[in-house]
Design a protein around this ligand. Structure first.
Ligand code: SF4
Length: 371
C-alpha cells in the first residue's frame, strides 16, 4: 500500500473537488498520486501489461496508455481488466475511441473536447456516456497543441493562453452538466508551467494533474520537474503528478515518488544523509554512500542513515539519524539512535550498517511504523 502522509507536509493543500480514477481518489485532500504512461504499442496487450506490471512494482498508482488506432481501442478492455492499477486512455481527435475507452472500463479518459467540438453533438454524447459509466475526464492542454484561435490571440503559449484554453474546454463539458474533470496545463518551460497552474488554481476548483511536458532526458527532466512541482506543491497546488522523461517510465515513477517524499507529501522511506566529502574526509564517502544505498535498496521503512566522512560533522549528523557512521583513522563509529554501538574497521562499515539497519527495520515493522 501507499504510505500514509506524515505529520508535516510542505503546505496546506488547495481545496479542490474530488474525482475517482478507479479506486484512486484525486483531489479533495487525497494524497498526491504518482502516474506514468506506457511506451509500448497499446495493441500489443502482452507487452503493455508487462510494462504496467513493472510500473506497478515501482510504485506507480495510475497508468495512461495511448490510443491512436482501432487496434489500440480494441485492446483497452483486456488491459483495463488485467491491470493492477487504474488505466487512463489517452485520446486525441477521434470521439469513437473515447466511447470505446469508456465502454472498455477504463478508469478515466484524457481527451480535449475542443478537438472534437467540430463533430457536432459528440461532446454532449461523451459527457453522457462518461456520466453513465462514472468515468472522469482529464482535459490535457499542452503548449504544443494549443488551440489555433488562442495561439492567434496570445501570439504563443503563454500561461494565460493555456488557462483560457483549459477553462474553455472544461466549459464545453460543463454546458452538459459534466464536472467529473481534472485538468493539466503543461509546458516545457517550468516558469511558464508554474505560472499557468497558479492561475488555473485560482480560477477553478478542479483537481490538477501536474506535468512539465517534454521535460527532456532523465537528468534535465528530473530537475525541471522537481523544481516546477516543488514550486507548485509548496503552495498546495497539485493533486496528481506525472514526471515526463525521455527514459523508461519506471524512472518517472521513481522521480515522482522522491519529489513527494522530499516535500513530506508522502512518508519518506530510506533516506541517506551523506556528506559531500571534503579535504577532511578520511574515507571514500561516495563509494561508502553508494554501497550503503545499494545494500539497503528496497527498504520500505522510514529510515535515516547518515554516512559521514570524518569526525567534524560526522558524529553530530550520525546521532540525529536512526543509524549512522562517522569515519576516521581507518575505522567507523556506528551510531544507533544517537548511541555509539560499536567501532569497526573500515572494511566492515557497510556490512555492519546493513546489519543494524535490518534490526531497526524489523523493530519498526513490529511497532507498526511501516506501511
Ligand atoms: Fe568534510 Fe567531514 Fe563534513 Fe564530510 S563530514 S564534508 S568529510 S567535514
Amino acid at each position: 500500500g501507499v504510505p500514509e502522509v506524515p505529520v508535516r507536509p510542505i503546505a496546506e493543500r488547495r481545496v479542490s473537488r474530488q474525482i475517482m480514477v478507479g479506486p484512486v481518489a484525486v483531489g479533495g485532500g487525497a494524497p498526491v498520486s504518482v502516474q506514468s504512461m506506457t511506451t509500448t504499442r497499446t495493441s500489443d496487450i502482452g507487452a503493455t501489461l508487462q510494462q504496467i506490471a513493472e510500473l506497478t512494482a515501482s510504485g506507480c498508482q495510475i497508468v495512461r496508455v495511448a490510443c491512436p488506432t482501432q487496434d489500440d481501442a480494441d485492446a483497452l478492455a483486456t488491459i483495463a481488466r488485467k491491470s493492477q492499477i487504474p488505466v487512463i486512455a489517452d485520446i486525441h481527435f477521434q470521439p469513437k475511441y473515447v466511447f470505446a475507452a469508456i465502454e472498455a472500463g477504463c478508469a478515466a479518459v484524457r481527451v480535449n473536447p475542443g478537438n472534437i467540438k467540430q463533430f457536432d453533438d459528440k461532446v454532449k454524447e461523451i459527457a453522457r456516456a462518461a456520466k453513465d459509466h462514472g468515468t472522469p475526464i482529464r482535459i490535457g492542454v499542452n503548449a504544443g497543441s494549443l488551440d489555433r484561435r488562442l495561439l492567434q490571440k496570445y501570439g504563443r503559449a503563454t500561461p494565460e493562453a493555456l488557462v483560457e484554453s483549459a477553462l474553455w474546454e472544461a466549459s464545453l463539458f460543463e454546458e452538459h452538466g459534466f464536472r467529473d474533470i481534472k485538468i493539466s496545463v503543461k509546458h516545457n518551460d517550468p516558469v511558464v508551467m508554474v505560472a499557468a497552474y497558479q492561475q488555473l488554481a485560482e480560477q477553478c476548483d478542479y483537481p490538477l494533474h501536474l506535468g512539465v511536458t517534454e521535460a527532456g532526458p532523465a537528468f534535465q527532466g528530473t530537475i525541471k520537474s522537481a523544481v516546477a512541482f516543488g514550486a507548485l506543491l509548496s503552495r498546495g497546488i497539485g493533486d496528481t503528478i506525472r514526471v515526463s522523461l525521455s527514459a523508461p517510465p519506471a524512472e518517472e515513477v521513481k522521480v515522482g515518488i522522491q519529489i513527494l517524499e522530499s516535500l513530506n507529501l508522502r512518508q519518506r522511506r530510506l533516506e541517506i544523509v551523506s556528506c559531500p566529502s571534503c579535504g577532511r574526509a578520511q574515507v571514500d564517502v561516495y563509494k561508502l554512500a553508494d554501497e550503503v544505498t545499494a545494500g539497503l535498496e528496497g527498504m520500505e521503512v522510514p529510515l535515516r542513515v547518515a554516512v559521514m566522512g570524518c569526525v567534524v560533522n560526522g558524529p553530530g549528523e550520525a546521532r540525529e539519524a536512526d543509524l549512522g557512521v562517522a569515519s576516521g583513522n581507518g575505522k567507523g563509529q556506528i551510531f544507533v539512535k544517537g548511541e555509539v554501538v560499536k567501532t569497526v574497521p573500515e572494511s566492515k562499515i557497510v556490512e555492519t550498517l546493513i546489519e543494524e539497519a535490518m534490526k531497526i527495520a524489523e523493530q519498526m515493522e513490529q511497532d507498526g511504523v511501516a506501511s
